[in-house]
Ligand binder design. Structure first.
Ligand code: BTN
Length: 243
C-alpha cells in the first residue's frame, strides 16, 4: 500500500481524482490529510473534521472487476471493512445506516463517499473517501455525532486504524467472487440500522411516512415495508430516515 500523507488539501477524494490520470498510482494507493479545507460529504454536503484529530483519507481501488449495475457492492465492501475494524475495538452497538454511514447507537461516527470512474459497463476505478471521527471531543452542537474517543474513553493512533481498515477492505475485495455477493449482502443487511423496527421517513416531497427497513435490493435501493404491507424500494434521493 502506497501512503501519501498531506498536511492540508481541499479534499483527499478530489486530490486523488485530479492526480490519478497523470500518475500511475497503484491499486490501494491511500491519501490521508491532516487537514481538509473543503471536505466533501454525500449529496453535496460538507464534511467537517477538526485538523489532526480524525481520519480523513481516500483509497484508490482499481483491481475489482465490478459491473456498473453491481456498484452497490462497493458500499458493502467498505461498510463491512469499517464495521469489522470498529467491532474489533469493541465500539458499542455498531450499525450501518443505509447506504453507508457507520453508527454507534444513534450517533454517526463515520461517513463514506465513493466516487466511481466508469468505462462502459464497468467500473474502471473507485475513489473511496472515508471520514472516521477518532479523537475529536466536541462537534459544535452537531446532533447525533460521536467519535471513538467519546465512546471508548481513549485516544487512537490514526495510521494504525487506517492500516486496519485498508487491510480489511483489501481482504474483502480480494476474496470476493460473484458467488460470494449473496453472503456479503446478507451480512450487510444483518447490520442495518433500524432494520425491522418501526421507523419514520420523509419522501422526496418531504412527506412523512412509517415503515420497516427490510434490506437492500441488488441495485442498492432501500427496501421498506410500508404500512399497507406493500414493500417499496427507494433510491438515495427519494427517502430520508428520520428516526
Ligand atoms: C458523508 O457521510 O457525507 C460522507 C463523508 C465522507 C468524508 C470523507 S473525508 C475523506 C474523503 N475526502 C472528502 O472530501 N470526503 C471524504
Amino acid at each position: 500500500m502506497q501512503l501519501i500523507k498531506l498536511s492540508a488539501t481541499d479534499s483527499t477524494n478530489a486530490y486523488l481524482k485530479d492526480l490519478m490520470f497523470n500518475n500511475n498510482f497503484g491499486d490501494f494507493t491511500v491519501v490521508m490529510a491532516h487537514t481538509q479545507l473543503k471536505g466533501r460529504g454525500q449529496m453535496g454536503t460538507n464534511w467537517l473534521s477538526e485538523p489532526g484529530k480524525n481520519l480523513t483519507f481516500s483509497v484508490l481501488v482499481k483491481s475489482q472487476d465490478i459491473k456498473v449495475s453491481n456498484q452497490f457492492l462497493l458500499n458493502i465492501y467498505v461498510s463491512l471493512a469499517i464495521y469489522e475494524t470498529l467491532s474489533q475495538l469493541h465500539v458499542p452497538d455498531l450499525k450501518i445506516k443505509w447506504p453507508n454511514d457507520i453508527m454507534s447507537g444513534h450517533n454517526k461516527i463515520c461517513g463514506i463517499l465513493i466516487e466511481n470512474i466508469l468505462s462502459g459497463q464497468h467500473i474502471q476505478a473507485s475513489i473511496i473517501g472515508i471520514g472516521l471521527n477518532v479523537n475529536q471531543l466536541t462537534f459544535n452542537n452537531l446532533p447525533n455525532v460521536s467519535s471513538l474517543k467519546l465512546l471508548l474513553g481513549s485516544s487512537f493512533n490514526l495510521e494504525e486504524l487506517l492500516h486496519n481498515i485498508v487491510a480489511n477492505l483489501k481482504s474483502l475485495i480480494g476474496k470476493s467472487r460473484e458467488e460470494e455477493y449473496k453472503r456479503l449482502f446478507e451480512q450487510y443487511e444483518a447490520r442495518l440500522f433500524r432494520k425491522d423496527k418501526p421507523s419514520t421517513f420523509t419522501d422526496h416531497n418531504n412527506e412523512m411516512f412509517m415503515g420497516f427497513i427490510k434490506g437492500v435490493s441488488s441495485g442498492g435501493q432501500l427496501k421498506i415495508l410500508m404500512e399497507d404491507n406493500i414493500q417499496k424500494e427507494f433510491n438515495l434521493k427519494e427517502v430520508r430516515l428520520l428516526y
